[in-house]
Ligand binder design. Sequence first.
Ligand code: SF4
Ligand code: SF4
Length: 433
Amino acid sequence: MEFKELPPVKEQIMKCVRCGKCRSVCPVFAEIRNETAAPRGHVFMVQMLRDGIVEPDEAVAERLTSCLLCENCSVNCPSGIDIHELNAAARSYIYEKNPSLAKELVFDSLWTRPGLLRTSTKFLWGAQKTGLQSLARAIGLTKILPGDLPRAERMLTDVPVRSGRSMISEVNRARGERKYRVGYFLGCATDMFYPSVARATVDILTWHGCEVIVPKDIKCCGQPHIANGKMETARSLAAHNVKIFNAYDLDYIVTDCASCSAALSHKNMEFLLGGLNIEDQAKTFSEKVLDLTLFLTEVLDIEVPNPEMARKVKVTWHDPCHLANAQGVKQAPRELLKRIPGVEFIEMANANSCCGGSGTYCLTHHDLSMKILDKKMDRAMETGANKLVTCCPSCMMQLKFGARRHHWNAEVVHIVDLLSPFYKVLPKKAASQ
Ligand code: SF4
Ligand code: SF4
C-alpha cells in the first residue's frame, strides 16, 4: 500500500484548520520554539511527504522523531486529528525507505524474543556488577546503537537479577471464591526492570478473587516498535499477542503498564490491525483490556485490607501520557490512591504533562528529554511529597533519574508498590479449586 493510501493519512490529513491549538500544548515546541517541531508542522510535513514534495530521508525523519508521541496535541485538536498516528505512519514509511541494521538488530532480532531480551538484561546486570559495562563503553560498543546512548546509558541502573516471569506461574489461583478469570499482560519493562511490581500485581488480583493467567508466550506490546518506525513488526507482535490471549477463556485482560494498556487498547489495535484478517479477533481481545487502576477501582471496587498497616505518606501523581492522553484515564489512579490507608494525596501542577521519557526518546533525544524532565521535576518537588507515584515503567525510569538529577530524596514508585505491603501481611485465604 502506498503511503498516501494509509488510512490515517488519507482520512485525517485534510482536517487541519491551522488553528495552532496543538502547538500551545506541545512539550517539544515549548522547548524548541520552531514551527518545524510543532505538531501542526508535523501534519504539514506528512502532507508534503504524501504529495512527494519532500523525500522520505533522514532529515525528515529527524524532524518527525523529535516528537514524543505523547498525544497531547491529538487530544486537544478541535478537528480530532490523531496527529501522533500520522507521525507514526510517516516514521514507518520513512523507515521502509531507509532501513537500518542497528534498528533491525534491536527491534526485530532482540525485542521480538522475550527470552533473549531477558538474557541481555541479565548480562547488563552482570556487566554493572563486574565493570564490563565500563569496558563496553571503553571499546565503543555502546556507540553502535542510535542516538545519545553513550550519555543516556547512565540512566540504566538497578537492573534486578530475576525477571518478573521467573517469579510468576502461568496459572495463579484466586484466593477465596473466584470472581473473574483475568489475563495479565506482563510487559517487557515490568518483567525486566520492576519484577516486584509484577509479583505484587498478581498477588493483589488473586487476593481480590481473580484467577490470573500469565500466558507463557507473551511478546512485547509493540509500542517501542511503533515509535521507531517498525510498524510491520508491531503488527506481527500485536497479532501474536491477540492469538495467545484469545486461546484462554478470559473475562478481562489487565496490565500494570500504561504503555502496554495503550498499545493493547481498541484504538491502537484498530490502528495496527484494522482491515486485516485478524481484525475481529483483535476486537474480541481489546474489548477485554483494562488498565490495572481501572480494573481495581471500577470492576473489583477494592477496599484495601489491613488498614492498621498504614504509614502516613505524602504522595503526588504523574499521569503517564499513554494513560491520560491515549486512554483518557485520569480519575482511576487518583481514586485508587485515595483508597490506600495513610496516603495524603497532593496534586501537582500539570500532572499530565509528559516527563520526556517516552520509551526510547530519552536515549535518542537525551538533551531535549532532560529539559522536559526538569520542568516535570520542578512541579513534582513543589508538592513537598515523599513519594512520586505513577504506573508506567518507562516514566518510572525517567522520573527516578530526574529525582537523582535534582538531588530530591523522594522515592519514585509504581502505584502497586504502595498497595503491596497491605497484602503481604495478611493470612492467606485458601486458594479456590
Ligand atoms: S490543533 Fe488540529 S486543526 Fe489545529 S493546527 Fe493543530 S492539527 Fe491543525
Ligand atoms: S505527540 Fe506530543 S510531542 Fe509530539 S507533536 Fe504532539 S504534543 Fe508534541
